[in-house]
Design a protein around this ligand. Structure first.
Ligand SMILES: Cc1cc2nc3c(=O)[nH]c(=O)nc-3n(C[C@H](O)[C@H](O)[C@H](O)COP(=O)(O)O)c2cc1C
Length: 244
């Protein structure tokens, strides 16, 4: 099942502007063939009945995350976080989900990082989860609030020594002079994290995304994907199906 049947290629096709070396053309062709050979929704997928979905997206999200873990999806608690700068230019990166509860979806990072600076200017974000083994995607949109310093510190100190060491290194998203510089800083941070498991990291911040929309996408081999969108309407959640 190829998803881009209209795509044509010729033996000598080379992207505009690329040097016309034979090896580059072969490399480009091999890359196109690789892409065309890859499949999605080509495994047994679970059924999803949107009519039986709960009134609130949180229990469904927790259920889907648990089922992704049980299906062997690697690192199902990792997600894409999208933010935007003051001019509206978007940026994304992968983060770990720390919790999802009545307050929202929790994640943590350095306040001075690119995402931290963007969230300070524009406290809105979107999250994306994709669990290939079960053909499921979840999207969450909403406003982001900053937890207090005590809660941020408690969240960090509950985590692994490695997480504390990484946070202690700091300077996230600044330009790095050399990998040797990072190795020295990391070594010192690991040493301190082991010696002082409660070491403070003032820039480390817990964020909570309060969802305004949560969309559940269940992939289907026939492409009759089910999309169930929850919209918060002030006094409760409205549900709607979306065309795939
Ligand atoms: C699997 C994975 C998990 C990650 N988890 C986090 C995280 O929880 N917090 C974090 O600040 N960065 C995490 N990162 C690093 C971010 O993707 C990103 O490189 C970093 O936060 C800097 O992003 P920024 O420059 O957009 O602020 C993770 C990266 C990967 C690949």
């Amino acid at each position: 099942m190829t998803d881009h049947p209209g795509h044509q290629d010729t033996p000598d096709a080379v992207p505009a502007g690329a040097p016309a070396h034979r090896s580059d053309a072969a490399e480009t062709r091999a890359f196109h063939e690789l892409l065309r050979g890859l499949r999605v929704w080509d495994v047994d997928l679970p059924a999803f009945d949107p009519a039986a979905a709960p009134d609130d997206p949180l229990p469904l999200f927790r259920q889907w995350l648990r089922e992704a873990a049980e299906a062997g999806v690697p690192e199902p608690h990792t997600m894409t976080l999208a933010t935007a700068d003051a001019a509206g230019a978007p940026s994304v990166r992968t983060l770990m989900l720390h919790d999802a509860d009545e307050r929202g979806w929790h994640f943590a990072s350095h306040r001075g990082s690119r995402k931290g600076r963007e969230l300070a200017v524009r406290p809105r974000a979107a999250l994306g989860f994709y669990w290939a083994a079960v053909g499921r995607q979840v999207r969450v949109h909403g406003s982001v609030t900053v937890a207090g310093p005590e809660e941020s510190a408690a969240d960090l100190h509950r985590r692994s020594t490695g997480a504390l060491a990484a946070a202690l290194v700091g300077r996230q998203s600044e330009v790095l002079g050399s990998t040797a510089e990072l190795a020295r800083a990391s070594e010192a941070a690991w040493e301190r994290a082991r010696r002082e498991p409660e070491a403070p990291v003032p820039s480390w911040t817990l964020y909570v995304l309060r969802a305004e929309e949560v969309e559940f996408f269940q992939g289907d081999a026939q492409r009759r994907h089910v999309r169930l969108n929850y919209r918060y309407e002030g006094d409760g959640w409205a549900k709607e199906l979306l065309w795939p």
